[in-house]
Design a binder for this molecule. Structure first.
Ligand SMILES: C=C(O[C@@H]1C=C(C(=O)O)C=C[C@H]1O)C(=O)O
Length: 371
């Protein structure tokens, strides 16, 4: 399939108001898409199906599935896409700084009272736009963010979302589980040595400890790497990789419920911070800080037995793989507005002004491709 026919097919799908997902995983020059044949709304609650899943922050709401058996699936190899179209963002709404500062101060106060250790507080930035060309924005995201999962997801009964997320929720290949603890944010500055303060080190450690604790019941071999600095667009984060082998009897849903939402996007303890968010953020996150990705896809891998003098000693192993990314650095495109979602982790040492700046910096991931 050529680049032109790949995007023409997607554009027709969108024009015909049929569901689709188009995405490219980090450090990967492959773009994949799923095109659903009709506009039926499929949901999953047990995560046993195969397809592409789009799940909300609050799993009490619907997780949407593009089921494999109802979809056409295409793959495109590309490293850079040509852009023809202008994206017409016409104005920026007044920024709601006071509201966000008050929310952050309330979070800090609640943490100091001892009810919470960390809470991730967010806001939604509105921009006026007449753009009806989400695929042009997807192309820009693909060209700009090579180490992110970039995507455009559409369902006529749910909405239209785009993003460039640096955060893997987890990948499960057979019984091999990989996840990351990503937290702590600063703006990247050229020529300056990177250093992290106690607040950022602590907030990332909370995520590491939580992941370990949550997967311990399902695995007895957990490895965690030292935290390192990673780039996400013009931002830097602290990241550790966590790998383990889960027990044969553990299903995917148990791992989802154990990990999602992590303290990287919700807080710690989980239930209390989620309650705080649902009561105090004053808007609905919907699919922001939810997760998205490939669900239970079969991959065949060729193995070599390495025995001498044996011809044809390669055999194929079929493994089921899921990989989910946290829906961050994202926006929802509506008829005449773009809603950009941004947040940051609050701990007892947070400074409200810095937290505001952090959310402003995070809007740049999306703003950069809209200007
Ligand atoms: C909540 C967001 O990002 C998360 C919060 C971070 C932080 O608090 O430092 C860093 C990375 C993400 O886990 C967001 O981008 O909206």
């Amino acid at each position: 399939m050529t680049v032109d026919s790949f995007f023409e097919t997607l554009e027709n799908q969108y024009k015909n108001q049929l569901p689709f997902a188009v995405y490219s995983r980090p450090i990967n020059s492959v773009i994949k898409c799923w095109l659903q044949h009709d506009d039926k709304l499929h949901k999953t609650s047990n995560f046993t199906e195969s397809g592409f899943v789009f799940a909300p922050f609050d799993l009490n709401n619907d997780s949407i599935l593009l089921p494999q058996e109802h979809c056409q699936h295409y793959i495109l190899e590309a490293s850079h896409l040509d852009l023809q179209t202008e994206i017409n963002i016409t104005s920026i709404d007044a920024q709601s700084k006071d509201k966000h500062l008050a929310l952050v101060l309330k979070g800090i106060e609640t943490i100091k009272k001892g009810d919470l250790e960390k809470v991730v507080l967010s806001r939604r930035v509105k921009k006026a736009t007449q753009t009806n060309n989400p695929l042009a924005i997807f192309k820009r995201l693909f060209n700009t963010y090579k180490n992110a999962m970039v995507y455009c997801w559409y369902h006529p009964k749910v909405g239209l979302w785009l993003g460039a997320t640096p955060e893997l929720l987890f990948k499960l290949e057979g019984k091999q589980l990989t996840t990351i603890a990503l937290a702590g944010t600063q703006a990247a500055q050229t020529g300056k040595e990177v250093s992290w303060n106690a607040k950022e080190i602590e907030e990332q450690q909370i995520v590491v400890d939580y992941i370990k604790k949550q997967i311990e019941p399902y695995s007895n071999r957990i490895k965690v790497t030292e935290a390192e600095t990673v780039n996400a667009g013009s931002l830097l984060h602290l990241k550790s990789r966590v790998t383990s082998r889960i027990n044969d009897t553990t299903d995917l849903k148990s791992i989802i419920e154990a990990l999602h939402p992590t303290p990287a996007v919700c807080g710690y303890p989980k239930e209390a911070s989620k309650e705080f968010i649902l009561h105090h953020e004053n808007y609905n996150r919907e699919y922001y800080t939810g997760f998205l990705g490939e669900l239970n896809l079969k991959h065949s891998k060729t193995r070599n037995t390495n025995r001498r003098n044996v011809e044809n000693n390669a055999y194929a192993v079929v493994k089921t793989q899921s990989n989910f990314y946290v829906n961050l650095r994202c926006m929802q495109l509506k008829q005449d507005e773009a809603l950009i979602y941004v947040g940051g982790g609050i701990t007892k040492d947070s400074d409200s002004e810095n937290e505001w700046e952090e959310t402003v910096n995070k809007t740049k991931t999306i703003n950069n491709v809209l200007e």
